[in-house]
Design a protein around this ligand. Sequence first.
Ligand SMILES: [Zn+2]
Length: 206
Amino acid sequence: MLLPDDFAAKAQQLIAAGRHFDARGWVPATSGNFSARLADDSVAMTVSGCHKGELDASGIMRVDLAGKPIGSSLRPSAETRLHTELYRRDAAIGSVLHVHSANATVLSRLLEGPLRLTDYEVLKAFPGVDSHHAEVSVPVFANDQDVPRLSAKVDAWLDAHPATHGYLIAGHGFYTWGAGVDDARRHVEAFEFLFQCEITARSMYP
Ligand SMILES: [Zn+2]
């Protein structure tokens, strides 16, 4: 069976996400990385070192679920494994987006445990959440240049907490995901809004 080649379409969605995030200052100085699962179970992934607000098709490459380049001599993002492990563990995940927003970076340094979000209407942006009374827990992992080690910690958390929608890395940024690029993009916006609310609340009521 010949699978449809959806690389170009998914690459365009990732390029558009990059412009959207850059306009809001969430991917400074070539930071962040984006991916989307393709029909053949390979992954469209941002190339290492590209500015995410200035992406074109040359800034997106194909990798397999082990993170190895397919048909390219380019280097994928250093954090590719954090994407591919999510695709491997959950067939429902179709896109993973990672940004380095100031709100996520600052908030992650103030927290001493998982961030517990409740009584926010915008929580309904996440799948399976139909009331503001729900609680969404966001774990914070210590930053680590050893990506396989960090990935193992994320995996262990997700094994114990399968309803997780994203996670923070201290002093670094956050990851979130969804069934498609549009869903993951909505989750980036929702988390970013919630992190801003939490920072504002902490500065008003320290
Ligand atoms: Zn990063």
